[in-house]
Design a protein around this ligand. Structure first.
Ligand code: SF4
Length: 56
């Protein structure tokens, strides 16, 4: 299950851009999970998040 650490997230929006099926931007410009899905872009986002806020 993928999750976003809201304490770490800086709201860059990258995850929602790269993997909009799973991530979306929510309150306070923090990323949140839209839908749990096992798609390849999740792995890419985990690697790409600048503050390593996403884990699985
Ligand atoms: S890529 Fe990381 S820092 Fe950027 S919005 Fe997503 S969780 Fe937050």
């Amino acid at each position: 299950m993928v999750s976003v650490d809201k304490e770490k997230c800086i709201g860059c929006g990258l995850c929602a851009q790269i993997c909009g099926e799973v991530f979306e931007m929510g309150e306070n410009n923090k990323a949140k999970i839209k839908e749990q899905k096992n798609t390849p872009c999740v792995k890419e986002v985990i690697k790409s998040c600048p503050v390593n806020a996403i884990s699985e």
